[in-house]
Design a protein around this ligand. Structure first.
Ligand SMILES: [Zn+2]
Length: 263
């Protein structure tokens, strides 16, 4: 059975409802013709030049990303700016773009649940303290307390990273909070929830001081490193759902290079 861009958008909005997105976010169908038939879907973390290039080569009809293709207000749609140039290029190839951002962070089975499960956390709860598994961040426990060095090794292995940054606060690791992407705004949630260790990305120097002062170990596994794992999970779930409903569209995953490299 054939499927349209609009129907993919509807299925995605069931998998990561827009009501879970933050107010400032921009989620949903960003580019494309609703009626266009979709044979190939390409899932990616970012709407970037390398992802768009793969989409063109693979003859993808829609790119499904985590980070929104259109985030700030656009006043000109020209090739003078790299972001709008990419949007023009997608439109030229009639490639649609759909983005699920903070709604995919929050939803059950989304960015943060994938992260918690890769780190083998148990008794996982929402970090925001609300009585639900939806919301920003997760907190859970390791089967057995371990030292920070061993846990850092586990994070690297689970997220396939060669390097991570660790800010030790001198505590063994047992109760771990996670927030994929840029989670430093939620440090206090992690502290209040009783976490001894917080794993997130985008940690700045003064954020590190703050955590050390509050006696919580901090791990920067990078923005991209903490969010990339959800892309495969999303692709698998989307493919399963499409095949169950009798659609023949294929779901592929883009290859994305590490933006931050250590030399
Ligand atoms: Zn992000």
């Amino acid at each position: 059975m054939n499927i349209s861009v609009a129907k993919i958008a509807r299925i995605m909005s069931e998998m990561a409802p827009a009501r879970l997105a933050e107010d400032w976010d921009n989620v949903g169908l960003q580019v494309g013709h609703n009626d266009k038939e979709v044979k190939i879907i390409l899932c990616a973390l970012d709407f970037s030049a390398e992802v768009l290039e793969q989409a063109v080569q693979l003859h993808a009809d829609i790119i499904v990303t985590h980070h929104p293709a259109i985030f700030r207000g656009i006043k000109q749609l020209t090739d003078a700016d790299w972001r709008t140039a990419l949007l023009l290029e997608a439109a030229r190839h009639d490639i649609a773009v759909y983005s699920a951002h903070t709604n995919l962070d929050s939803v059950t089975g989304g960015v943060n649940d994938v992260l918690a499960s890769l780190l083998e956390l148990e008794n996982v709860e929402g970090l925001s303290g609300e009585d639900t598994l939806e919301g920003i961040g997760r907190i859970g426990t390791l089967t057995k307390a371990t030292d920070l060095e061993a846990f850092a090794g586990k994070v690297k292995h689970a997220l396939k990273l060669e390097h991570i940054t660790v800010i030790p606060a001198g505590r063994p690791v047992h109760k771990v909070a996670v927030c994929g992407g840029n989670g430093m705004d939620f440090l206090d949630y992690a502290v209040q929830a009783g976490a001894d260790t917080y794993v997130t990305g985008d940690i700045k120097y003064h954020d590190a001081q703050e955590a050390k002062g509050k006696h919580i170990n901090l791990i920067d596994a990078t923005h991209q490193g903490t969010e990339l794992p959800v892309v495969n999970e999303l692709a698998d779930r989307l493919a399963l759902r499409l095949s169950r409903e009798g659609y023949t569209a294929k779901v592929l995953v883009a290859k994305e290079t590490k933006l931050l490299q250590i030399m």
